[in-house]
Design a protein around this ligand. Structure first.
Ligand code: UD1
Ligand code: CA
Length: 453
């Protein structure tokens, strides 16, 4: 059976007060519409159709070829929006799932169950409802004596009795396609707003004498829709809790989930401990047995096993196993650390490889460099890699000892086993097993020591 989803994303989202289209606002690092598409994927067999309107160019650009898009212009309501996809879908699908793209918490499993319900429904519509004392402006569900649904009444047209109803329209539907295409043309224009409401199809079915099935959802959280940035933060919190729980169930210790921010797509191995106030962003993969945080920010990076990353900032970096870093280490793009590397406070590494066992304890900058295994980088060492126009490379061999405060003026090569004295300014290549020193302090006068009475 062919099942296709139509995702409505043409509305303006005025209440977000934003120049960014509402559906592109991120939740846990991915745009709201990404979450909606993800949920849809499990329950459908065909490529989804996204109805775009406001901010269409940006939304289409984001979607790429992950969905077909149809334009709704002007936007005359949710029924009118679905109607725009009739040409694209007529005779190409048996069931149609309709969702709103501002509900990032709706689960794939929920939509799957909805589709199953419709497969067994003799009538043309199955839909999701929820009971809540806070109606949040949702449409109210009106049921017949036999339990089938007779209508959805939008809040602002509801009578006082209807407003008391606490069963609400979630905004997830599965339709018999052929019935839907016909019914859309029968939706009456709403007299107050001049719009065509998808929700009116329920009353049409009921009047045709066809049963509408409603599944009551138990998880209220899933139904949070985003109309304002306050709702957006509620979604973010709920999504964060969900992601953290999944990691914990997979064997990760999260000391304080409320202050741990892990985006969608991050992977974490067993027995890794994530300490408070840690942010894991983007495509980040963390192995097993690590101790991450407190206070670390890691983006698009790869971390091996048994590492310690204390109060550090990593971006597009990679660590081998047993790396020990921080507090206050900073790895920028292309920083690649081997196994057993030690990086202490206030070090910065960019576009460089530090081989196994390199030690870089304090206050150093390493950029555009290759550093051989077991080399020691003394406190205050700087690779002077930029001459104002170009970046230049530094190559340091194995078992090298770079003395404190050495300036390594690139391009530069330092051979295996070499040493530099403290404060050396190295401008020429250094051969293997050679000691270089520079500018030792000279005595310039004898001082009189003043003895305090
Ligand atoms: C809608 C439902 C309401 C339900 C609530 C759940 C209708 C008429 N009402 O109300 O019963 O309880 O969702 O969240 O459907 N959109 C378009 N084109 C349009 C209008 C809207 O694509 O012309 C899209 C919006 O971008 C949005 C979705 O449809 O993604 C829902 O529209 P919105 O205005 O948010 O509807 P609600 O007032 O929330
Ligand atoms: Ca809404």
């Amino acid at each position: 059976m062919r099942v296709t989803a139509i995702l409505l994303a043409a509305g303006q989202g005025t209440r977000m007060k934003s120049s960014l289209p509402k559906v592109l606002h991120p939740v846990a690092g991915k745009p709201m519409i990404w979450h909606a598409l993800e949920a849809i994927r499990q329950s459908t067999t065909e490529k989804p159709v996204v109805v775009v309107g406001h901010g269409a160019d940006d939304v289409i650009k984001y979607l790429g070829d992950s969905a077909q898009t149809v334009l709704q212009e002007p936007q005359l309501g949710t029924g009118h929006a679905v109607m725009q996809s009739e040409t694209a879908l007529k005779d190409k699908t048996d069931l149609v799932v309709v969702c709103y793209s501002d509900m990032p918490l709706l689960r794939g499993e929920t939509l799957q169950a909805l589709v199953e319900t419709q497969k067994n429904n003799k009538g043309p519509i199955s839909m999701l409802t929820v009971h809540s004392d806070d109606p949040r402006g949702f449409g109210r569900i009106i049921r017949n004596a036999d339990g089938t649904v007779s209508a959805i009444v939008e809040e602002y047209v509801a009578t006082p009795e209807q407003l008391q109803v606490r069963e609400l329209n979630v905004g997830g539907y599965c339709f018999d396609a052929d019935w839907l295409w016909d019914a859309l043309h029968r939706i009456p224009k709403n007299p107050k707003k001049g719009e065509y409401y998808l929700t009116d199809t329920v009353e049409l079915a009921s009047k045709d004498g066809l049963p509408v099935q409603a599944t009551v959802m138990s998880d209220l959280e899933e139904t949070i829709g985003v109309n304002t940035r306050v709702h957006l933060s509620e979604c973010e919190t709920a999504m964060r809790r969900r992601i953290n729980q999944q990691h914990m169930l997979n064997g990760v210790t999260i000391t304080d989930p409320a202050s741990t921010y892990i985006e969608i797509g991050v992977t974490i191995g067993m027995d890794t401990v994530i300490m408070p106030n840690t942010y894991l962003h983007g495509k980040t993969d963390i192995g097993a047995g690590n101790l991450i945080g407190p206070n670390s920010i890691i983006r698009n990076s790869k971390i091996g096993n048994r590492c310690k990353v204390l109060a550090s900032d990593l971006e597009s970096a990679s660590l081998g196993d047993d790396v020990d870093m921080g507090p206050f280490a900073r790895l920028r793009k292309g920083a690649n650390l081997g196994n057993h590397v030690h990086m202490g406070n206030f070090g910065e590494v960019k576009d460089s490889y530090l081989a196994d066992g390199v030690k870089m304890g304090h206050f150093s900058y390493i950029g555009n460099a290759q550093i051989g295994s077991n080399t020691n980088i003394g406190a205050g060492t700087i690779t002077c890699n930029y001459d104002g126009e170009k970046k230049h490379a530094t190559e340091i061999g194995e078992d090298v000892f770079i003395g404190s405060d050495t300036m390594l003026v690139a391009p530069l090569k330092i051979g295996n086993g070499a040493r530099t004295g403290a404060g050396a300014i190295v401008t020429k290549n250094v051969a293997e097993d050679t000691l270089v020193v520079g500018m030792p302090a000279r005595a310039i006068k004898k001082l009189e020591r003043k003895v305090k009475e």
